[in-house]
Design a binder for this molecule. Structure first.
Ligand SMILES: *[C@@H]1O[C@H](CO)[C@@H](O)[C@H](O)[C@H]1NC(C)=O
Ligand SMILES: *[C@@H]1O[C@H](CO)[C@@H](O)[C@H](O)[C@H]1NC(C)=O
Ligand SMILES: *[C@@H]1O[C@H](CO)[C@@H](O)[C@H](O)[C@H]1NC(C)=O
Ligand SMILES: *[C@@H]1O[C@H](CO)[C@@H](O)[C@H](O)[C@H]1NC(C)=O
Ligand SMILES: *[C@@H]1O[C@H](CO)[C@@H](O)[C@H](O)[C@H]1NC(C)=O
Ligand SMILES: *[C@@H]1O[C@H](CO)[C@@H](O)[C@H](O)[C@H]1NC(C)=O
Ligand SMILES: *[C@@H]1O[C@H](CO)[C@@H](O)[C@H](O)[C@H]1NC(C)=O
Ligand SMILES: *[C@@H]1O[C@H](CO)[C@@H](O)[C@H](O)[C@H]1NC(C)=O
Ligand SMILES: CC(=O)N[C@H]1CO[C@H](CO)[C@@H](O)[C@@H]1O
Length: 893
């Protein structure tokens, strides 16, 4: 949901003084003096040194700081922490309260670590190398470190055509370009952006993959920054951090020489593993900006059911609010009693409900607006630079204040507002929360000297465009404190180094809270801006938890920082109904789910802004079924795009949802694994085929979980897709036949009609599928399982299943099942603490060459009538109908 298009670029280029600084001549920066290391001291896993400016200051964007402190810690055998600070000044550091850091293992022996820290003293430079191969992974080499009050630079050499992934949020290719490339991190309410500009979230982590291994580099810094990757004749390929504050705080992660997903687990050790989400949240979500009233909302629910398309969760955008004020309903358009009726209806049909909550609170002194009055009484607003009055912006409801998530009283305030407005007894009993605009977004152009005037000019809140319905219209007829950071000598509005912020004029404060706005603990937005959305996420997660203690939450946010996935999921923001946005969404979800550890992610299906088309929406419905978070959402001025609006789209959605629902237990198991140890829920092809260089750049196909290869059609009018199949057995998900022969290569999949999507099973998997889809996830859990055994080329396969009550953070009962297959025998073992309540209907063995003579269940021959064999497909089907409450084995001869 976003501001109207007309306002978007109203002030582009208005401020000449903000024209990008042209200073970034690499030669000039490399001529800076750098530092000398003195008093180098090592003790166990720690190395410390003093860094002293090594020559005449170059003062590129301020004054070079003379003395720095270096601290290197081998925190584990696979992680090195390198910190460079100014010992004479309390510089800003990302607070532990926002991103708790991992404990170091003080017994780590550097000698046995997988990566090593190496350095030269004069000039000081450092490198990280892989111990086993002596391969250098990161090296500041001939690029001096620059450390000035508002400018930090670190630059590393990279191999030519380096495979770098991460540094999001972005809309570029999953493997980042290595030529003339800048990634800017500064949260921004983006809409209709040129590719490559800064977006909502900030994740200064990258994974670098080589055929010899995969490692990671995480810079813990929330200040604005440009990260440049470039290749030039003189310097080769390099990656350069240009940061406008904070400190240099790096974690180097060894990853592994053989398994790329190891680095993902090591990154999770630093930022935390993703939260588990409720089972129901894997069902289909429907939303739009522009539902006019409660009758619309109710009709969408009944229309889905009439079209036999499973709808799990209905959402409502800001339309429900009175004058766009949070924690209100419009009494004429979305009266509370009617909205409660809708929520009751949904709940009584095992369906769910989610509403949007923005951070900005309407500034309405003396008007009896509770959320404002209570926040004012508790004094929880972000303050203007003079620290006396609230910082004012202009957002949807007009002039607004912003909750200060650093204020210790804000969590109570937020809990209380959630408790009251979302009360099951008197308010709207939501099942999940949707938080938006939390960059934080403000529509006020910089300088925002008169937010009242700007709110008037921009017509905020916008008037309704339809008349209210009859309020009695029938529905559902048929059915801790920080140390103070001294910024007194800094220019926080217009720092000397200009990051390539694309918001408005490019000023850091444009379209957001001012960089000099002050938090309760004295921190200012200059340092903490990139954390705002993530802190709102935590507060909202906590408020939802307070409403339903002990239950997992579904909170979907727009803005994120490293670590956000431990509490929330995210959608990719305001995309357009365009084919290239469908394509870009794959790199977007791969970044979030396989690098940044925010696996509950999806893009707005069929596109948010502009009008979708039948073919785009049909293809997007198919692709969207493989986003972990599957939600159709669009903008207020766009045509309706619920899946039932076109027959082909409805058919495509039904087909893809059938596949998705059958796989929900499989992906739920993957989420449990991710929560346990950080194993990614989605995998780019190279995670599974790390030696196959053909896979490194592929982001138009991906693995959903470990072994479901999705190869969608992403071009308009195309009915075929050139899919890459690495060297392994693959089986068609639908007809189960083996679609590929040893060798690896591009396969042209043809006749992909508008209602289907190529999905393959990678050999080596045993999949616990539900026998068929269902209209709700509740119904799905009453459906029998079928076990599909898809052997790898070496004749083996394995898999697992995790089940619990689907909602508790600490479930009382759990079921964990392991499946192993070799020598034509499937062995199922497990602890069945949580009753599955259903049967194993059958086992299907794929890739069977010859007609089997006999099949045994637990060593006993099964009757001939229970087996059937399809020679052309190579599928042996064994009907079982046994309660899924203990282990068993099935073998064939
Ligand atoms: C460590 O640094 C020294 C000094 O530059 C260099 O001679 C040595 O080769 C480096 N070791 C590795 C494994 O890179
Ligand atoms: C890449 O290097 C070229 C040549 O030095 C330079 O013109 C360009 O600005 C650099 N781009 C980035 C993003 O650093
Ligand atoms: C680098 O990219 C910038 C911005 O996209 C462009 O203006 C410039 O011409 C490019 N420079 C080179 C050397 O490719
Ligand atoms: C629901 O379906 C009916 C009948 O097709 C249609 O007239 C109506 O516009 C639909 N309403 C919504 C909100 O989808
Ligand atoms: C503090 O700053 C705000 C915003 O600039 C201004 O409206 C307010 O009057 C100032 N308060 C005082 C006491 O100076
Ligand atoms: C979308 O379609 C509607 C209804 O046909 C039309 O009014 C609107 O201008 C279209 N929007 C765009 C961006 O084409
Ligand atoms: C797809 O077909 C339509 C109708 O023939 C045409 O208007 C459109 O340009 C085609 N799109 C592409 C990308 O070729
Ligand atoms: C589309 O293709 C699928 C898979 O090949 C097939 O089962 C289905 O019948 C086709 N649908 C139409 C409408 O042709
Ligand atoms: C502003 C913007 O472009 N947002 C999203 C639009 O589309 C792609 C995928 O659908 C997203 O990755 C972008 O972030």
């Amino acid at each position: 949901m976003h501001l109207r298009t007309a306002l978007k670029f109203a002030v582009l280029g208005q401020f000449a003084f903000l024209v990008r600084a042209g200073v970034s001549d690499p030669a000039q920066l490399d001529a800076c003096p750098g530092y000398k290391a003195k008093n180098v001291f090592t003790l166990g896993p720690k190395l410390t040194a003093d860094l002293v400016l090594a020559g005449k200051a170059c003062n590129v964007y301020g004054t070079d700081i003379e003395h720095l402190k270096l601290e290197v810690t081998y925190e584990s055998s696979s992680r090195i922490h390198v910190k460079i600070t100014d010992p004479s000044d309390a510089r800003y550091e990302v607070p532990e309260s926002v991103l708790p850091r991992p404990q170091a293992n003080l017994f780590t022996s550097p000698h046995f670590a997988a990566i090593q820290f190496n350095y030269t003293t004069s000039p000081f430079s450092f490198s990280i190398f892989r111990a086993s191969t002596h391969e250098v992974l990161f090296s500041t080499g001939a690029h001096p470190i620059i450390f000035e009050p508002q400018y930090l630079r670190v630059k590393t050499d990279l191999p030519a055509n380096a495979n770098i992934y991460g540094l999001g949020e972005h809309t570029d290719t999953f493997r980042l370009p290595t030529h003339n490339y800048t990634r800017t991190l500064w949260s921004r309410d983006a809409y209709g952006v040129p590719q490559g500009t800064n977006l909502y979230g900030n994740h200064p982590i990258y994974f670098e993959h080589r055929t010899t291994g995969t490692h990671g580099v995480f810079l813990v810094n929330s200040n604005g920054m440009d990260i440049k990757i470039n290749d030039t004749e003189s310097t080769g390929t390099t990656l350069e951090y240009n940061v406008i504050g904070g400190i240099l705080d790096f974690y180097f992660l060894a990853g592994s020489e053989t398994d790329p997903t190891e680095v993902a687990r090591q990154y999770a050790d630093v930022v935390g593993t993703p939260a588990e989400v409720p089972y129901w949240s894997f069902g289909l979500h429907q939303c739009r900006f522009g539902y006019q009233n409660f009758v619309d909302v109710a009709n969408v629910i009944t229309n889905y059911s009439a079209a036999s398309i499973p709808l799990e969760t209905m959402w409502t955008d800001i339309d429900y609010m009175y004058k766009r004020r949070i924690f209100t309903v419009d009494p004429d358009y979305f009266p509370l009693n009617r909205m409660r009726e809708i929520v009751d209806y949904l709940h009584s049909h095992n369906q769910h409900f989610v509403l949007m909550t923005d951070p900005a609170v309407a500034y309405l002194p003396g008007e009896g607006y509770g959320p404002f009055d209570r926040g004012t009484a508790a004094d929880v607003w972000l303050k203007a630079a003079n620290n006396s009055s609230p910082f004012l912006g202009a957002v949807w409801p007009g002039v607004t204040v912003f909750p200060d998530w650093f204020n210790p009283k804000t969590q109570d305030y937020w809990n209380n507002e959630f408790e009251m407005f979302y009360s099951p007894d008197t308010g709207l009993d939501i099942d999940g929360a949707w938080i938006d605009m939390n960059e934080p977004s403000s529509f006020c152009n910089y300088p925002c000297t008169d937010p009242f005037e700007q709110a008037r000019e921009q017509d905020l809140p916008p008037a309704r465009t339809s008349s209210p319905p009859d309020p009695n219209t029938p529905i559902f007829e048929t059915t801790t404190l920080q140390k103070r950071v001294d910024h007194s000598h800094d220019d926080v509005q217009n720092p000397p180094y200009h990051i390539a912020n694309f918001a408005g004029s490019g000023a850091l404060s444009d379209k957001t809270a001012y960089t000099d706005a002050i938090h309760a603990n004295g921190l200012i937005e200059y340092d903490t801006h990139n954390l705002y959305g993530t802190m709102m996420s935590t507060a909202t997660h906590n408020a939802m938890l307070a409403r339903r203690p002990g239950q997992r939450t579904l909170v979907i946010t727009r803005s994120t920082f490293a670590g956000a996935g431990t509490r929330v999921g995210k959608w990719l923001g305001d995309n357009f109904s365009q084919w290239d946005h469908l394509r870009q969404s794959l790199s977007g979800i791969l970044g979030m789910a396989s690098v940044f550890h925010i696996p509950m992610v999806g893009a707005d299906i069929c596109g948010y802004a502009e009008n979708t088309t039948e073919t785009l929406c049909a293809r997007w419905a198919s692709v969207g079924a493989f986003y972990p978070f599957m939600r159709n959402h669009n903008a207020d001025t766009s045509i309706s795009q619920e899946f039932y609006r076109w027959p082909t789209v409805a058919e495509a959605a039904r087909n893809a949802l059938d596949i998705r629902y059958r796989l929900i237990d499989y992906i739920y198991t993957a989420f449990h694994q991710a929560h346990t140890d950080g194993t990614p829920v989605l995998n780019p092809l190279w995670y599974k085929f790390p030696k196959d260089a053909n896979t490194f750049g592929i982001d138009t196909q991906f693995f959903f979980g470990d072994s479901i290869l999705v190869s969608p059609v992403l071009e308009e009018n195309a009915t075929s897709v050139s899919a890459y199949y690495p060297d392994e057995a693959f089986y068609d998900f639908q007809d189960l036949s083996r679609t590929y022969v040893k060798g690896g290569g591009v396969v042209e999949l043809t006749d992909v009609n508008l209602t289907s999507i190529p999905v393959a099973i990678k050999g080596g998997a045993v999949l616990p599928l539900r026998e068929k889809g269902a209209m709700t996830t509740t119904q799905l859990r009453e459906t029998d399982f079928e076990i599909v055994v898809a052997p790898a080329l070496d004749g083996t396969a394995s898999g697992s299943l995790y089940l619990d009550d689907g909602i508790s953070i600490t479930p009382k009962t759990k079921t964990t099942v392991s499946f192993t297959y070799s020598h034509q025998k499937l062995t199922v073992k497990g602890t069945f603490g949580h009753p599955t309540g259903v049967d194993v209907a059958r086992v299907r063995f794929l890739g069977v060459q010859n007609a089997p003579r006999s099949v045994k269940l637990n060593g006993q021959a099964v009757s001939k009538s229970a087996m059937s064999f399809d020679l052309t497909k190579g599928v042996l089907d064994v009907s079982l109908k046994i309660p899924f409450s203990r282990g068993f084995s099935v073998e064939y001869q």
